[in-house]
Design a protein around this ligand. Structure first.
Ligand code: FAD
Length: 492
């Protein structure tokens, strides 16, 4: 399993985890240079620290495959209590890091693959499910981090995968060999490459027979030859290179979002043992839905956790500005709490309302998971708007830490940016930078597009809303007899 991987013993501590990344020597292009010392490079250290938190603060659970105690990120959900525990874990980790924890797309891809491989085998008598269980056991035993690559670059959005001008715009199979397959193409926006051992790759849309070469699911170590990673720029990311002045980074230990890459696959070999769907195109849609539901389930919890940090920072700013007891300020903080707890309530609700699939794995309720993610695309922006309101203009005009440290102008900043005795000017500056980091730019966009743009949730809401049934509820109440092709309440 995982031939290129350098992992040869189970990872037990955060230190061993970081060392395992050094050993893997994954290379990522950033700022026009190829970086090969990822866990020791200032651009990536905060992202690695966030994932390392999942080793420092593990959420243990019993594997249904081996009976061993494993990290919950490598677990296949065995009941509603697992689904609930998953989202509680995400909120807790985000409260501790104020950052995307980068492991949920992988966890969700693993659960989706478990569910769908069972269905493919049932129809075709293939052995994907057993093959995948072996991979799961490997991940669990060695305590590895997996990320999820679903989103193709997609080129012309009005065309399907096989209709694009450039056939590689969606990842696809280009050759079948006795020992495996060769794949070519790309995956975009891939979170967490800097901290991962393994990558799950799967389709981004439903497919028909003419696109069957694009219907492929596999895993591979992130350092597999032939994959080129190109790191995305993030708001204020060059401040991470300015290690002398951590205050300006906002969240210096953990950054703000996961760190995303464009991953280009140039004729990459994948052995059969790591392939879990091969041209069974009619299951691509099932895969997308299983993954999307699992992923959308998370957003009220992880963004709820980050909102907890943001609310705390804004409350601190209100205190240092002497307005924390003013009526409208308290009202607005109450609004932030209402929005963030409503998000969290969605994650909890879709988990409790989950159901068991034929594979035995449990998945969240599709409708409520979509509602949760859709609310995230709005509520996070509302939370951020209040944060910006209560912080005042200093959020946009705060001088640098270098100026604070300067012997000539530092005292001017200390004096003229001072507030109440609630905290020092320096600590006030830290909170401002944290609010700037958590509420702006890249972090906000992640709430909008991560796990799918709003429209993708609306499509699923409308599909599952049972509108005809709702119409009947209304018609029954008013005694409608039905007309113009409508059966009205007569059927009942
Ligand atoms: C921070 C971040 C982290 C991410 N991490 C991951 C990850 O780890 N793994 C992963 O696989 N993906 C990841 N994603 C990708 C994410 O799932 C996508 O960004 C999302 O699905 C939207 O796709 P897109 O970016 O291509 O935008 P688009 O799909 O291009 O959406 C842009 C707009 O165009 C509209 N649109 C698109 N297509 C059509 C159409 N055919 N008809 C009509 N309207 C259309 C949309 O509704 C939307 O309003 C991440 C994204 C972000 C921002």
């Amino acid at each position: 399993m995982a031939a290129i991987s350098t992992i040869n013993k189970p990872i037990e501590t955060a230190e061993e985890y970081v060392q395992s990344l050094r050993d893997m020597k994954t290379e990522i292009w950033a700022f026009g240079e190829k970086v090969s010392n990822i866990p020791d490079h200032p651009l990536f250290i905060p992202h690695v620290n966030a994932v390392a938190k999942t080793y420092e603060m593990p959420f243990p659970v019993k594997s249904h495959l081996t009976g061993n105690t494993i990290n919950r990120f490598n677990h296949i959900h065995q009941g509603p209590e697992d689904l609930v525990a998953k989202v509680k874990m995400l909120r807790a980790l985000n409260q501790q890091t104020g950052c995307c924890i980068q492991r949920c797309a992988g966890m969700d891809a693993l659960n989706a693959t478990y569910i769908v491989t069972y269905e493919i085998d049932k129809k075709y008598g293939t052995n994907y499910h057993e093959r995948f269980k072996k991979f799961m056991t490997y991940l669990q035993d060695y305590n590895l981090v997996t990320i999820g690559g679903m989103t193709d670059p997609k080129g012309d959005r009005s065309k399907k995968a096989n209709q694009q001008k450039d056939p590689d715009i969606f990842l696809h199979v280009v050759e079948e060999r006795e020992d495996g397959i060769i794949v070519r193409g790309a995956k975009a926006h891939l979170t967490g490459v800097s901290g991962a051992h393994e990558l799950m790759v799967f389709p981004t849309e439903n497919m028909k027979e003419d696109a069957k070469d694009y219907a492929v699911v596999f895993s591979c170590p992130v350092n597999t030859p032939g994959i080129t990673y190109i790191f995305g720029r993030q708001t204020n990311d060059s401040r991470k290179l300015d290690t002398e002045y951590p205050i300006d980074q906002g969240n210096p230990k953990y950054a703000c979002v996961g760190g995303e890459c464009l991953a280009v696959f140039d004729n990459v070999f994948i052995p059969w043992e790591d392939v879990y769907m091969y041209k069974e195109y009619e299951f691509a849609g099932m895969f997308v839905e299983a993954f999307a539901t699992a992923h959308r389930q998370n957003y009220g919890a992880c963004k709820g956790g980050i909102a907890d940090v943001l609310i705390g920072a804004v409350y601190g700013i209100a205190k240092v500005n002497g307005v924390e007891r003013v009526g409208h300020v308290k009202d607005k903080i109450a609004d932030m709490i209402n929005l963030s707890e409503t998000l969290y309530a969605g994650s909890i609700a879709c988990s409790y309302e989950g159901h068991q699939t034929e594979s035995g794995a449990w998945r969240a309720d599709t409708m409520l998971a979509n509602i949760t993610k859709h609310n995230t695309t709005k509520f996070v922006y509302d939370i951020n708007r209040i944060a910006h309101d209560l912080s005042g203009g200093l959020l946009a005009t705060l001088p640098s830490e270098a100026d604070l440290r300067h012997p000539e102008i530092g005292p001017l900043i200390e004096r003229f940016l001072a507030g109440t005795d609630a905290m020092s000017t320096e600590d006030k500056m830290r909170l401002y930078r944290l609010v700037e980091t958590l509420s702006g730019g890249t972090a906000a966009v992640e709430s909008m597009h991560g796990a799918g743009s709003p429209q993708s949730q609306r499509i699923m809401m409308l599909r599952d809303a049972k509108l005809e049934q709702k119409l009947k509820f209304a018609q029954q109440l008013v005694g409608c007899r039905g007309c113009n092709g409508c059966d009205g309440c007569k059927q009942d």
